[in-house]
Design a protein around this ligand. Structure first.
Ligand code: FUL
Length: 697
């Protein structure tokens, strides 16, 4: 009987034939990885893109940036603390996780640590039975967010800080945090070390070498053992998984390599731009606050970042191959302020709207080179919405272009590109051109891409778009290209007052007109129109909007509150007309006192007597300059001869975050003020000032 079944020999013959056909069919190999590549943990983290920071501690109750370590635990008694409110806002804002400050520099622990009495367990909140870390972990779980933790290595409370014993304490606390609260996606080791502290009552300065003191190698080992899926942030970048970008203002370098030569204290430019030929994968995280400062200060209630400002931050972080870690300062009652909530939710909504429709999605595309001419690596793989597929070229090709045919004239103002970073970061430079009315126009040009790069350009109506890689370390591997028509916004206007008491209103946008109010009411296009400098002497609140008649669009409100005018002010004992920069209301003009030894005094005659209850100091805004005062004394005088010390302390985080430093004191009648600089960030004998101001009662 004839069998339908193949004999064993015939079967194997066919298999062999198929295999040899495959071997001869020139199936194109994927490119090999080039240089350092991300770990699975780093990849997972990078895809989160956007998550929150929460700053809340004892110094929330003392209106300070950094607690000294001797603040009373009894201060901590928030009446409405609700981690679910924080988590809800983060979720609704489009964030993927939350990093909670579990212990800031003051040493106060948000969980009932077994190893210290300086924690929630001795506070009146929930009769000492509360645990903020637990409540945060539960809220994150409920809202589908990942939780990260900030544990300050510097501890201004602990008696043994500076000695080897502290490292055991620090690791014990790490063990508690990384064992008892479920998965932790990121651990944040802040590098700040101001030296001074309470230290169990010693009240002294303790210096450590932050590259060696914490024995990071073994500390990281412990972290990874306890939480194998974690990523480690350390602002020096020293062998950590993630790096700081060298500023807290909310932007990373336009060129941003996810690579670093990660040893010791990493120089600023490496933090900010990465290192093209770095030997490790250490991607950037942009950390910034939704307000000027990290902790809540009521004086900043009108300074919450607006949607256009937050959008700038978005393009300068996520749009530049970094993640965005946006901070919410918690109010003394334990909640996020309603304005911060409103801005974060509007921001989230605008991001969603901006990138809702990829105009290039599934369109026809051609590339100047396709690896092995294989459909597997063709141009359309960058437009298929699948991150795992990509367009790539032959190995020898490092410049190439991809042209998208949109089929019809299409309005657009954003370009997005992503590299398949599992195979390394490669692209060094690229251009974007648009075919408008039959002519090719260059609309954008940039350097690195990495995980994600987004470029903004003025709206064009194009039928085709050409993306040209003009330099790449190896064959480019592009997993995604996007074109978008994002909504446009006007920036809130900037408001300043000069020494003569005249107000000016300005913006970087081209074209808008301004309307303002002086009585605290909301400005509209029916308010007074700005036609140039106008006098507004004395205490006044100026609110203004920019309005673009062409698009009938208004900006968010810009607001400044001015105290007494500086018309009659003079700087005493200084024979340098440039010193007037301190009083001119222009935050970018600056004056330095040099060639004298610290302490350095600045004396201002206010011209009249006032009831003074505080002062404000804005340091030089130039990133590299000396003269940022860190430790000060502030005196007032009726006659310029006999001085009363009204306040002394530190401008804690001035080097990383050089915003207005605002200090309050018990009211004193005086005509003269003296700001005495005791130390600066460089430890030299220079005192610099962009502006100095007073607060009257
Ligand atoms: C800084 C700290 O000193 C600030 O207080 C804040 O925690 C910020 C995120 O990092 O360096």
């Amino acid at each position: 009987m004839k069998s339908n079944r193949l004999s064993g020999g015939a079967f194997y013959g066919i298999i062999l034939a198929i295999c040899s056909f495959c071997l001869n069919c020139n199936r194109t190999e994927a490119p090999a990885a080039y240089g350092p590549v991300p770990s699975e943990n780093q990849l997972r983290w990078q895809e989160m893109e956007y998550y929150a920071f929460i700053h809340f501690s004892l110094n929330t109750y003392t209106d300070q940036s950094w607690g000294y370590g001797d603040e009373d635990v009894n201060l901590f008694n928030p009446t409405e603390l609700d981690c679910r409110q924080w988590a809800r806002i983060c979720k609704e804002a489009g964030m993927k996780g939350v990093i909670l400050v579990a212990k800031h520099h003051c040493g106060f622990c948000f969980w009932p640590s077994e190893y210290t009495e300086y924690s929630v367990k001795n506070s009146p909140w929930k009769n000492g039975k509360g645990d903020v870390v637990r409540e945060m972990a539960d809220a994150c779980h409920e809202y589908g967010l990942k939780m990260g933790l900030y544990l300050s290595p510097w501890d201004r409370n602990y008696p043994d800080y500076g000695k080897p014993e502290y490292i055991t304490y620090f690791r014990n606390q790490l063990t508690e945090l990384l064992t008892n609260y479920g998965p932790v996606f990121e651990i944040w080791f802040d590098g700040a070390n101001g030296g001074d502290g309470y230290y169990g009552g010693a009240n002294e300065t303790r210096r450590i070498d932050r590259t060696t003191y914490y024995d990071w190698e073994n500390t990281y080992k412990l972290v990874r053992e306890l939480q194998p899926d974690i990523v480690i942030w350390n602002d020096g970048g020293d062998r950590a998984d993630l790096r700081w970008v060298g500023t807290e203002e909310g932007f990373v370098g336009e060129t941003n390599w996810s690579l670093l030569n990660a040893t010791g204290d990493v120089p600023w430019h490496m933090l900010h731009y990465g290192v093209e030929n770095g030997d490790s994968w250490v991607p950037a995280e942009v950390n910034t606050s939704i307000r000027p400062e990290w902790f809540y200060h009521p004086s900043e209630d009108e300074k919450v970042k607006t949607v256009p400002k937050l959008m700038d931050t978005y393009y300068h972080s996520i749009g530049r191959n970094a993640t965005l870690l946006l901070n919410f300062p918690i109010m003394p009652n334990g909640l996020i302020h309603p304005t911060d909530e409103k801005m974060a939710l509007e921001f989230g909504k605008v991001v969603k709207e901006s990138f809702a429709v990829n105009l290039a999605g599934k369109k026809k595309a051609d590339a100047s080179n396709v690896r092995g001419n294989s459909g597997q690596f063709g141009a359309e793989k960058a437009l298929d919405g699948n991150q795992e597929t990509y367009w790539t070229t032959d190995n020898s090709v490092t410049t190439a272009s991809l042209t998208i045919d949109l089929g019809k004239p299409t309005l657009m103002n954003r370009f997005l590109a992503q590299e398949h970073i599992r195979l390394g970061q490669r692209v060094k430079a690229f251009t974007v051109e648009a075919l408008v009315d039959g002519d090719w126009q260059e609309v954008a040009k940039a350097t690195t891409i990495g995980y994600k790069r987004i470029l903004r350009f003025p709206t064009v109506e194009a039928t085709r778009v050409r993306f040209t890689i003009t330099g790449s370390k190896s064959c480019p591997v592009i997993s995604n290209i996007g074109l978008y028509d994002a909504p446009l916004f006007l920036n809130a206007p900037a408001i300043s007052r000069n020494q003569a008491g005249e107000i000016s209103i300005s913006t970087n946008d081209i074209g808008p007109v301004f309307y303002y109010t002086l009585d605290g009411s909301e400005p509209t296009t029916k308010s007074t129109k700005y036609t140039g400098l106008f006098p507004a002497d004395g205490k006044v609140e100026v609110r203004a909007i920019a309005y673009d008649p062409a698009s009938d669009q208004s900006s968010p409100v810009g607001q400044e509150v001015f105290d007494i005018s500086k018309k009659d002010w003079t700087i005493a004992g200084i024979d340098d007309k440039n010193a007037s920069a301190i009083l001119d209301g222009n935050t970018s003009s600056v004056w330095h006192q040099r060639n004298i030894k610290m302490p350095i005094d600045l004396i201002v005659d206010l011209g009249n007597h006032y009831n003074l209850c505080g002062f404000k100091y804005l340091p030089d805004q130039g990133r590299w300059s000396s003269g940022m005062i860190t430790n000060y004394r502030f005196y007032v005088s009726v006659d310029g001869k006999n001085w009363t010390l009204t306040d002394q302390g530190e401008f804690s985080n001035i080097s990383n975050n050089p915003v207005w430093q605002i200090k309050k004191f018990a009211p004193e009648k005086a005509r003269y003020i003296k700001l005495r600089a005791l130390k600066n960030t460089f430890g030299d004998d220079v005192a610099g000032y962009a502006e100095v101001d007073v607060i009257t009662s």
